[in-house]
Design a protein. Structure first.
Length: 114
């Protein structure tokens, strides 16, 4: 059974930074593509970033150059470093794990506001 637990969300001022973490309880973490998605009120869930098992990353256009995804296979953890945060980054951020099937965490709220 796969369990994904996100942490690190909160309230931050525009221009600030946050680092999200997602700990995965699963045996196939090393070969899974891990990702972060977000969903703002009234909007569809959208891609933030993904990272494959060999470390290749992909970013949504709105976060490229500001956010960085990385993973620690020894800790079954994927991170999302978010810099220069903007009010439009406000959303619930979800961790995902994909290996044929996609699993989702419960999400962590990120609010960017002065």
């Amino acid at each position: 059974q796969v369990q994904l637990v996100e942490s690190g969300g909160g309230l931050v001022q525009p221009g600030g930074s946050l680092r999200l973490s997602c700990v995965a309880t699963m045996s196939a973490f090393r070969i899974s593509t891990m990702g972060w998605y977000r969903q703002a009120p009234g909007k569809q869930r959208e891609l933030v970033a993904t990272i494959t098992c060999d470390g290749s990353s992909n970013y949504g256009a709105s976060v490229k150059g500001r956010f960085t995804i990385d993973r620690d296979n020894s800790q079954n953890t994927v991170y999302l470093q978010m810099n220069n945060l903007k009010p439009e980054d406000t959303a619930v951020y979800y961790c995902s794990s994909t290996l044929g099937y996609t699993y989702w965490g419960q999400g962590t709220q990120v609010t960017v506001s002065s």
